[in-house]
Ligand binder design. Structure first.
Ligand SMILES: Nc1ncnc2c1ncn2[C@@H]1O[C@H](COP(=O)(O)OP(=O)(O)OP(=O)(O)O)[C@@H](O)[C@H]1O
Length: 277
């Protein structure tokens, strides 16, 4: 039995990764809209009247000191954490607060966590094939054979993530940076509309960081991309708009130069032990 067959015959563990047939309507507004969102943990407001708007196709960087609420904000968007108050919309049709995590993933919101979790024993190609196989609408075809459409999609993603030459190699031999790109490729196989990327360049070499900058800026336009990152040099190299979070709210928003020269931002960064912007 082929690898894909055995996968398809299993219980549908990965149901939540299947894109739902419900387009995101961005004709009259942003792709992501958070208004007055507040979340408390034991009385402490980790997110405090947060307002955030992401336009379709935008690449947005989110920065902020430790504990600013960046992870909690991602958790709210993906349905992992429920806010106490506020509204969260994906396009103008989907109220994300009425959906659970699997439903939100199906709508086309993909999240990449900091640590790569590729399948090391499988080849680069098979990792992408596996991500594709999670789309159960394609299973009848995949059971029979890899159609040219599927191969083309995998080839296109291999080109995008720059791993075409390593397609037959086991993922376990990849460098840390290459594993991160493969995992982004696995998300792309699901054709997300919005990608949430958590600290993509942590632990990368300078060269890998440059390649990651090209990859993420290349994805913008076709996808909306939200990047949470501590590395200011990297943020400067990719950011069009930067949002600075502090104590669960937006402290400043604008170009990197605008926020870096904002006295409120300077105070927050220099007041603590954070890296200067
Ligand atoms: N489940 C939880 N229970 C209690 N407190 C929490 C919980 N999750 C987050 N917090 C607190 O909420 C605040 C915001 O945390 P969050 O992880 O969102 O910040 P962050 O900006 O992602 O920080 P970092 O840059 O260090 O990852 C922190 O003070 C954190 O301790």
């Amino acid at each position: 039995m082929s690898f894909l067959q055995s996968l398809a015959d299993r219980d549908r563990v990965f149901d939540f990764l299947v894109p739902e047939d419900s387009p995101v309507d961005v004709r009259h507004g942003p792709i992501l809209y958070l208004e007055d969102v507040t979340v408390s943990f034991d009385g402490f407001k980790a997110i405090n009247n947060l307002n955030l708007t992401i336009d379709d196709g935008e690449l947005r960087c989110i920065i902020g000191p430790n504990g600013a609420g960046k992870t909690t904000m991602m958790d709210i968007i993906t349905g992992k954490t429920r806010p106490d108050t506020g509204t969260v919309w994906f396009g103008s049709r989907h109220n994300l607060l009425q959906k659970n995590e699997p439903e939100i993933a199906r709508l086309g919101i993909g999240r990449k966590f900091q640590k790569p979790t590729v399948f090391e024993a499988l080849s680069v190609f098979e990792n992408l094939e596996l991500a594709m196989a999670m789309d159960k609408s394609l299973w009848p075809t995949l059971r029979a054979r890899l159609t040219s459409e599927v191969r083309e999609r995998i080839d296109a993603v291999l080109q995008t993530i720059g791993l075409a030459d390593l397609r037959a190699r086991p993922a376990g031999i990849l460098s840390h940076g290459q594993k991160q790109w493969l995992e982004i490729g696995m998300l792309l196989m699901q054709r997300p509309r919005l990608l949430l990327v958590d600290e993509p360049v942590a632990g990368m070499t300078e060269q890998e960081m440059e390649r990651t900058a090209e990859l993420l800026t290349g994805l913008a336009g076709r996808h909306s991309v939200v990047v949470v990152e501590h590395d200011m040099g990297f943020v400067r190299s990719i950011a069009r708009t930067v949002t600075v979070l502090h104590q669960g709210s937006v402290l400043a928003e604008g170009t990197m130069d605008q926020v870096a020269n904002d006295p409120k931002v300077i105070e927050v960064y220099l007041g603590g032990e954070e890296e200067a912007v």
